[in-house]
Design a protein. Structure first.
Length: 170
């Protein structure tokens, strides 16, 4: 769980965890009787994704065994779909990714506002948020099929040191 994901996943916000913890303590016999205080620990909540990966390497974790699929198969393994943002990176090791758009622009928000950036939008976001303003959130993905090497070559062609990869959410 990471607060950096909260824009598309409201249950990744610290406020949600605090509210859920309060609810759990109100909705369990142990909590109501005061025998136990349930506490939810979120050690990665305020780390960037790069910091999480670095910490995993420092702890000697095999990150190839991890995934964040929102639609795992019956065995609990990731779906591997190149059209779903959660598995697109893993799928790229096996096949092409469908890229809705790849363009050079200036970062318009966050701590990197004003930084020249390359934006890569994968096609077929599986979230389909009601508030999303992009046409790329569908189960019928559109775009060009590109290998990871082609994507890297395209990124290198632009004068930017910052890359934004998104699955269709704003």
């Amino acid at each position: 769980m990471n607060a950096l994901d909260y824009s598309g996943y409201p249950d990744c916000r610290p406020e949600y965890i605090e509210a859920y913890e309060r609810m759990a303590n109100l909705a369990t016999r142990a909590g109501v009787e005061g025998r136990t205080r349930l506490q939810i620990h979120t050690p990665l909540m305020r780390l960037t994704k790069a910091e999480i990966v670095k910490l995993g390497h420092e702890l000697g974790l095999d990150l190839s065994l991890t995934f964040s699929c929102y639609d795992p198969g019956p065995e609990g393994r990731p779906c591997g779909s190149a059209t779903r943002a959660c598995c697109a990176a893993r799928a790229s090791k096996r096949r092409e990714l469908k890229i809705a758009e790849l363009f050079y622009s200036i970062q318009g928000e966050g701590s990197l506002v004003g930084v020249p950036s390359v934006f890569i939008r994968t096609s077929g976001c599986n979230l389909r948020c009601a508030w999303c303003d992009t046409p790329y959130t569908s189960w019928q993905p559109e775009g060009a099929d590109l290998t990871l090497g082609q994507i890297v070559d395209e990124v290198k062609a632009h004068p930017a040191r910052h890359v934004v990869v998104t699955g269709g959410e704003p």
